[in-house]
Design a protein around this ligand. Structure first.
Ligand code: TYC
Length: 118
């Protein structure tokens, strides 16, 4: 059986006969939205070594060294930079991983996640 609406909704339209012969009382388009994505943002500080930031970006965001260096320099110059965009749960995990690595190494590196503007 075909469950997909084949026509755009026509509010108030009379019942119609579907392709398979069944009576369609009301057609509705699917209104499911894609999940809200979240970006993981690194924040600048005056103390975390650049090399450590590059290593973190490589390890937790799967960037090559050159890309990781570019992101680190953007954060250094602009105050913040996006390392990646993920579902909410994955973004939260990335933030935890970065914070834990920074704390373990004794660096004040800050990392946050925020909804992507749509
Ligand atoms: N500003 C730091 C320094 O000069 C480097 C740095 C870059 C720190 C990015 C944090 O997210 C950061 N050592």
């Amino acid at each position: 059986m075909n469950y997909m609406a084949t026509n755009p909704p026509t509010p108030g339209a009379p019942p119609s006969i579907s392709d398979d012969g069944s009576v369609v009382l009301e057609r509705r388009t699917q209104r499911v939205q894609p999940p809200q994505m979240h970006q993981v943002v690194l924040l600048n500080d005056d103390y975390t070594p650049m090399e450590f930031v590059v290593a973190v970006i490589q390890e937790f965001f799967s960037k090559d060294r050159e890309t990781a260096t570019q992101i680190m320099l953007k954060v250094h110059l602009d105050g913040r930079g996006v390392c990646g965009v993920f579902s909410k749960d994955i973004a939260a995990t990335k933030v935890d991983q970065v914070r834990e690595a920074a704390a373990k190494a004794g660096h004040p590196l800050q990392c946050v996640s925020e909804p992507v503007e749509s």
